[in-house]
Design a protein around this ligand. Structure first.
Ligand code: P1T
Length: 380
């Protein structure tokens, strides 16, 4: 099955009870048993739920994996991955990453004795230089949030395989429409399904997909033991979202290109971060591992002025100033005070997350309207 067919049919079957084409929302916490252990495959909804299972099968299908797991949020999915580790283990992580992930790593798991190294990952040799006998996981976001750096997944996978380390890739910004990390050698692919997979800004959810059976069993154990699962209604909504992922992504990419080019030619803009530009330092890697360049863009205005950045985001009318990304509607964000506020200023500025940085999630509205909105908000 090709990707566009998988988004609609992957891992799905008609409901056995009445042939419902969409899986019903099995809004139940438990399942009748005729005798202890005598059930139809479902015992308790923290462990399994038919609606969630249909979604988990869809996750596995679109990421070319074998096993999918759905969680209550993207962070709950990452939390489950780190629970594979034990005190003394070390993780090499991207230094430019979602602020909440950084907070989870440093404020929760460092307290349990897991050590994190936050580094730029554009060079796999540099990543390898941080490997020691305690290293158990390499954690990469690509494109990174919010600086849009691109990390060569294949090159990282070679380092991970050589040293017998797990490689996890947060594929939230790219989605499997643009890149499929498991095919490039990653062991775990993760999503904030809150974003493009759900696609309509109405659900908070996380996903993991793996190929290896033993790894899947460990993650299913953690999912059930820790219990950060999503409900059936949310599972239904994300399953419905995935069915249009390919058409939405196509338009996100088209609009993203138009908006990035508009910004790059604007006299008041200093720098635009978008991997589709030939001048982007990792453009060649992006071209090789991604099908297109996506709808996430960051930029700074000339003079790098905080007040000017705040004025611009306040002035936008179609772009809504809000946390999150990946929905059909365009959003703007100010990472330094919003999504990345939990990263100390000194740390975030090292990666380029300056006070004047603005992030856009370009939606699927008419591109002319989006550009007109930026024009009036930025001014000339
Ligand atoms: O919000 P949640 O579903 O828990 O997902 C966390 C997460 C993980 N990984 C990436 C790359 C993310 O962007 C996020 C969430 N990000 C935002 C809310 C944001 O506006 O960047």
């Amino acid at each position: 099955m090709k990707f566009n067919t998988k988004t609609i049919h992957g891992g799905q079957k008609h409901d056995p009870a009445y042939g419902a084409v969409m899986p019903p929302i099995y809004q139940t916490s438990t399942y009748a048993q005729s005798t202890p252990g005598g059930h139809k495959g479902f015992e308790y909804s923290r462990t399994h739920n038919p609606t969630r299972q249909a979604l988990e099968n869809a996750f596995a299908s679109i990421e070319n994996g074998t096993y999918g797991l759905a969680f209550a949020s993207g962070l709950a999915a990452i939390d489950a991955v780190i629970k594979l580790l034990k005190p003394g283990d070390e993780v090499i992580s991207t230094n430019d990453l979602y602020g909440g992930t950084y907070r989870l790593f440093t404020k929760v798991f460092e307290g349990f004795g897991v050590k994190f190294h936050f580094i730029g990952m554009e060079n796999a040799d540099k990543v390898e230089s941080y490997v020691n006998e305690n290293t158990k996981l390499i954690w990469a976001e690509t494109p990174t949030n919010p600086m849009m750096n691109i990390i060569d997944i294949k090159a990282l996978a070679e380092v991970a395989k050589k040293h017998n380390i797990l490689l996890g890739v947060d594929n939230t910004f790219a989605t499997p429409y643009l890149q499929q990390p498991l095919d490039l050698g990653a062991d775990i692919v993760m999503h904030s399904a809150t974003k493009y997979l759900g696609g309509h800004s109405d659900v908070v959810m996380g996903a993991l997909v793996v190929k290896d059976e033993a790894l899947a069993e460990r993650l299913y154990f953690i999912q059930n033991a820790s219990g950060a699962v999503c409900g059936p209604q949310d599972s239904f909504l994300v399953l419905r979202g995935i069915k249009t992922l390919h058409v939405r992504m196509q338009r996100h990419c088209e609009n993203g290109k138009k908006v990035a080019e508009y910004l790059a030619n604007h006299p008041k803009i200093e720098k635009v971060y978008w991997p589709g530009f030939e001048s982007h330092p990792n453009h060649e890697v992006a071209k090789a591992q991604m099908k297109d360049f996506g709808g996430m863009i960051s930029f700074v205005t000339k003079g790098n002025d905080y007040d000017e950045a705040i004025r611009i985001v306040e002035n936008m009318k179609i772009f809504t100033l809000a946390e999150s990304l990946g929905g059909v509607e365009s959003l703007s964000g100010h990472p330094a005070s919003m999504t990345h506020a939990s990263i100390p200023k000194e740390e975030r500025e090292k990666t380029g997350v300056v006070d004047a940085l603005i992030r856009l999630s370009v939606g699927i509205e008419d591109a002319d309207d989006l550009i007109a909105d930026l024009e009036q908000a930025i001014g000339s």
